[in-house]
Design a protein around this ligand. Structure first.
Ligand code: ZN
Length: 142
């Protein structure tokens, strides 16, 4: 299963409904995408979230937000309009000059799965996928 490392707190914001991930690069991949919260911390993410909605930016703390696989989403499409300076309807999370990775069906894992991230789109090990699926199955049976 494919995974994407996202700096914190952007990773947490995805779990709170940030349905666009901004990347300078593109991929042909579509399908399930594990959201990996990286060690890196971007204070800009807190400011941005609070600008959109105070409650959205609440409790974003470098010391308490987990790292590792924190959720799963579905990469349904990538909008490239902004890279050509064209307007698009990707919403408030979409940044200028970036590809807009469109995420749907975002789900938070009850327990983050600790694993080191990587650059680019990376493939989670079978052990990690098993750990993620066990949590999703458990949730489904509740
Ligand atoms: Zn767009």
């Amino acid at each position: 299963m494919k995974a994407l490392s996202v700096g914190r707190p952007w990773s947490e914001l995805i779990l709170r409904g940030k349905n666009v991930e901004n990347r300078t690069w593109n991929t042909r991949y579509r399908g399930p995408l594990l959201i990996h919260a990286a060690q890196s911390w971007n204070p800009e993410g807190v400011r941005f979230a609070k600008q959109l909605d105070d409650s959205l930016g609440a409790g974003l703390n470098k010391h308490t937000l987990p790292t590792g696989i924190v959720g799963i989403a579905h990469l349904t499409g990538i909008c490239t309009a902004a890279t050509d300076g064209r307007p698009c309807g990707c919403g408030p999370w979409a940044m200028p000059d970036q590809n807009h990775w469109q995420l749907t069906g975002i789900r938070r894992l009850p327990e983050p799965v600790p694993v080191k991230g990587a650059l680019g789109l990376w493939t989670a090990t079978p052990a990690v996928v098993t750990a993620v699926n066990a949590q999703l199955d458990q949730e489904a049976s509740r």
